[in-house]
Design a binder for this molecule. Sequence first.
Ligand code: MTE
Length: 377
Amino acid sequence: MSGSARIGRARGGTPPPEPAPDELDVVVGEPRCAEAPLGSLDSWITPTSRFFVRNHFPMPAVETGEWKIDLSGQVARPGPVTLADLREFSNREIVVTMECAGNSRSTITPRTQGIRWQHGAIGTARWRGVSLAEVLHAAGILDAGRTIVLEGADRGPEAGSASDIPYAMSLPREKALDPDTLLATEMNGAPLSRAHGAPVRAIVPGWYGMASVKWLRRIQVLEGPFDGFFRTESYVIIGEGDDPDKPKTPVTSLRVKSLITYPPEHAEIPLGNHLIRGIAWSGDSEVRSVEVSYAPAGALEPQISWTPATLLGPSERYAWRHWECPLEFQRPGYYLLRARATDAHGVTQPLRPSWNYRGVATNAVHAVSIVVRRPAV
Ligand code: MTE
């Protein structure tokens, strides 16, 4: 993993201006949830202006100079951690792909709960900050501390809660003490913007984005499990027939997945050679291969034949790969292009999304319909 040892400075003051709103497609206006048009995800590092935003509640007021994180629970030295305190720890920078657990939800049938993301709730950024592990060790984390709760400054009503609740998520001790789990103050070489969690947020590499808590206000080290709504009821896999009174499986690592970024859905392209392009990633492992197929629309699964794509660009543990695959279309027609990634453990994407109640962690093969036409004469 590339963790640079440069000592940086978290900057105080006002967060930088928000990105131009028209670079993202708005999914929900307020609290703002907006995604990248797939075709715009064509660079290894996603510019901040094209990085999706997912907010559960209205964004909190941010006074970065005064910011403190309250650290409590199973630690020998509880107390506030200021931005100045964070600057005392060594600084590291990691390129991390973040995907929202609800990404691609709109492709699941029957319709599930949750906001209707297409495929653009994903991006890759250069995050700079300090290891959460260093902060926890400096506070003297006790052996009894098993669960680390990260709480944001934003709050609001949620189904089933009598009063407003904060956005909070928990990590098991091992993930919290992984040196790559960051308290980040910078994104893509600039202080975090307000939308992305200024002045400090968690970055939990390899996990779905829900764990990367923004506007981090509180860290609690618990002996037992955390029973907060977002951990036990929201970001969980609920299958058909599951008992609602039994504990649910939490969403954690990113499942292996790929998306086609070119051509776009419903594109009309001329007969001949085309370079199909896309992205692929996996949380627990690296992407070993991507394959592309262009079965005629309506083809049965056995008729799908896969052509290997070439993986491009840097290969870093927590970052996506771009890929390309030249295909020749010899006959006009309506085609379904599909892409399928396989990771180093041999785990591959399913052909169809499997239903779960919350519509989370879907990683089915992405299929894009296109029209191939004879060139106009
Ligand atoms: N942190 C807080 N405080 N509030 C939130 O609503 N959303 C989470 C996570 N952290 C959220 C949060 C979810 S679901 C995702 S996918 C990521 O932030 C999105 O991060 P981004 O908005 O910077 O892209």
